[in-house]
Ligand binder design. Sequence first.
Ligand code: CO
Length: 208
Amino acid sequence: MEIQKIFENNQEWVQNKLKVDANYFENLSKGQNPTILYIGCADSRVTAEELMGVAPGDVFVHRNIANMVPNTDLSAMSVIDYAVAHLKVDHVVVCGHYFCGGVKAAMQSQDLGILNPWLRNIRDVYRIHKDELSAISDEEERYNRLVELNVQEQCINVIKTAEVQQAYKERNITVHGWVFDIHSGKLIDLKIDFAKVLEDVMEIYRLK
Ligand code: CO
């Protein structure tokens, strides 16, 4: 992809938007009121807005390697605080994807330098679910399952935050766990029983 081509694409996109609505950018500049916070992987194949078919202004997006929500990550925590406490989104989505390089790397015994502490969060997920994962003999199947369990654990990390607990009391905010299947293009809802997970998590992580 040529960098110059991106600016040409941008001009074309601006023209197309203005053809449909002459005030499109004027209206966008007035502010944002998204109802969804999407936390996904930085993988170039998992595009967030495009795969969800949403327009600018619809979804607040945070992406990092392997869609992680580490409890001490200032970036993820700031995004959750701003989206939940200030923008007042009603849904938080953690979206993982099969064939995730970050999850794959965490399954291998290799020193990857600065990536080690980041990937260790995924290894922690593996450790928590070791019995289930070790029982899966097919390596690809185990890899897919770790992707799903990682989404589930990151949803729990979202629920641990004071902002989400407060928003649940105020307006029944919901946390969703999804997986994007790159092989078919389909978005899969893991149908995490949010109320039950919340109840389990709150026993230990409740913040009054
Ligand atoms: Co990924």
